[in-house]
Design a protein around this ligand. Structure first.
Ligand SMILES: Cc1cc2nc3c(=O)[nH]c(=O)nc-3n(C[C@H](O)[C@H](O)[C@H](O)COP(=O)(O)O)c2cc1C
Ligand SMILES: [Mn+2]
Length: 494
């Protein structure tokens, strides 16, 4: 790590050690773990999407590389399901031995306010310039972009991608993940929802009647992609956060048409402009809630002026889908640690474990474990979890359990709820809470009125405090016996 870099937090936790700086080096590491499958001959129209949906559902399924896509040259690849299995810990730079809860705490220390950042470094050249397409040669349909879900309105080139924009009023370069749909050889839609950083930039250009320079990177360093999906503070450049995590600046080149920076070792880059006033139909697209919630709408269009790509380029795909999905897995890691911190900051003691579950896209179902210290402790932690900054937006259910429960295990958490709660006594309902227009359960009437609220259930699934000592004994092995059983008989599970 260069001198002078201050680690603002994370003392006592292992530093991340990422053994890659781009997608190809990442692939080598994933292969070392034995977690990569190669598939040839799958069609972009249906089969890549079908196969991806299957593996994305499964926590431990392999990463898949699709090659020899019919109609495309051998070597033009699509890679999906990078964030699963033991690749999770590898991607974030931590030991495979860390549990999900430990991984969350360790990663969190490098993605906080006051996190260490290292500014990106501009270099002259890089493999991304191995192929330069300009003028008549610009053709995005040259790449095997899949149709990801059955009812999608088009081919989404940008899913595991990131979009680079600059604030016209300052030096702020933002890197955010906003989906990119192919319209024709030279045009794509980019959907940026209100409030997103790229949207703030776009609105400013639009007000001035100017075209906005923009760059789309498909197949970049997976850690930059994950940071581009994360709600980091405004004014922060996501490249610099990744530099800080890695202890080494991200190396970028500058686009010839826009001057915008993109990684020198990216796979495919589109460079161009969003035209003020021009719109074309976008969507529908399968979203993270598991529904097609935002329908077909007119959205701004990017005109592509140049395409740069490496030889045998790889598109990184990360299509959202009915949970559990890949990005839910990553969000679980980030939000769980953040939620634990939020609860602690509200002054609630002895929280031993927090997990924002993948099945609810790390929002709809929160599990919190405590060492019960006083009567009312369980309800207090449940209400705080449901209403603190991280927990409040778009939540539904909070389950509070004792510290013998592994909150990151959906089965363990559910078992605790089924056996330690009494429905008529253990559930508190909070009405009129903060939600989102994307909630599929919002009634058409409320949606039309703009009434975007829902309710919360806080479920106290702890042994009742005043008779906790009389609660029947759990009949599974003690931790000591479990350890011995695994040592002696663990082979039976392999
Ligand atoms: C696969 C995927 C697709 C996404 N699609 C969009 C999108 O189309 N539009 C959008 O505004 N946000 C989308 N997001 C969420 C943003 O990436 C996320 O809010 C991020 O924080 C945006 O960056 P920013 O904070 O710099 O604006 C998507 C996230 C993922 C992981
Ligand atoms: Mn940002």
């Amino acid at each position: 790590m260069p001198e002078g870099v201050q680690i603002a937090s994370g003392e006592g936790l292992a530093r991340p050690n990422m053994a890659y700086t781009d997608l190809r080096e990442w692939l080598v590491e994933a292969e070392k773990l034995g977690e990569v499958e190669n598939v040839t001959g799958a069609s972009w129209e249906r089969e890549i999407g079908m196969a991806s949906e299957l593996v994305l559902r499964d926590d431990d399924a392999p990463c898949v590389v699709f090659d020899e896509v019919p109609g495309y040259p051998k070597g033009y690849r699509v890679l999906t399901n990078f964030f699963g299995g033991r690749r999770r810990n590898m991607t974030l730079g931590f030991s495979p031995d860390l549990t999900k809860l430990e991984l969350a705490d360790s990663h969190r220390a490098y993605q906080v306010e006051g996190m260490p950042t290292i500014p990106y470094e501009v270099v002259e050249d890089g493999p991304v310039f191995e192929n330069v397409l300009e003028g008549n040669d610009v053709d995005i349909t040259k790449f095997p972009t899949p149709v990801w879900h059955e009812h999608d309105g088009g081919r989404y080139f940008g899913t595991g991608s990131f979009d680079v924009t600059k604030d016209p009023d300052s030096d702020w370069i933002n890197v955010g993940c906003y989906r990119v749909m192919v319209q024709n050889e030279k045009e794509v839609n980019i959907y940026m929802s209100p409030g997103k950083h790229g949207r703030i930039h776009r609105d400013k250009f639009e007000e001035r009647g100017e075209r906005m320079p923009i760059v789309v990177v498909a197949g970049g360093d997976p850690m930059i992609f994950l940071s581009a999906c994360s709600e980091l503070p405004p004014g922060v450049c996501e490249y610099d956060v990744v530099g800080g995590m890695r202890g080494e600046a991200v190396k970028v080149v500058k686009g010839k048409h826009t001057g915008l920076p993109f990684p020198a070792n990216a796979e495919i880059v589109l460079e161009g402009f969003i035209e003020p006033g021009k719109k074309l139909l976008e969507g529908p697209f399968g979203e993270w809630t598991g529904y097609y919630a935002s329908d077909t709408r007119e959205e701004p269009v990017m005109t592509i002026e140049a395409i740069y790509h490496r030889n045998d380029p790889i598109i990184l795909g990360c299509p959202p889908q009915k949970p559990p999905d890949e990005i839910g897995r990553y969000r679980a890691v980030t939000r769980s640690a953040l939620l634990k911190e939020n609860i602690k900051n509200a002054g609630v003691p002895d929280v031993t474990g927090v997990w924002a579950h993948e099945v609810g896209s790390a929002r709809l179902l929160l599990g919190v474990a405590i060492k019960q210290r006083y009567p009312g402790h369980a309800r207090q932690v449940g209400h705080v979890a449901s209403q603190c900054h991280v927990g409040a937006y778009a939540g539904k259910y909070v389950i509070v359990v004792d510290d013998d429960i592994d909150v990151s295990s959906l089965e363990d958490l559910t078992w605790a709820m089924l056996t330690r709660s009494e429905p008529s006594e253990s559930i508190d309902i909070i009405p009129e809470t903060w939600s989102t227009p994307l909630d599929p359960r919002l009634s058409p009437e409320d949606k039309a009125k703009g009434k975007f609220t829902n309710s919360r259930a806080v479920i106290d699934a702890c042994r009742p405090y005043h008779w906790r000592d009389e609660f029947p004994l759990v009949n599974s092995m003690s931790p000591e016996l479990e350890k011995e059983a695994r040592e002696k008989f663990g082979y039976l599970l392999n």
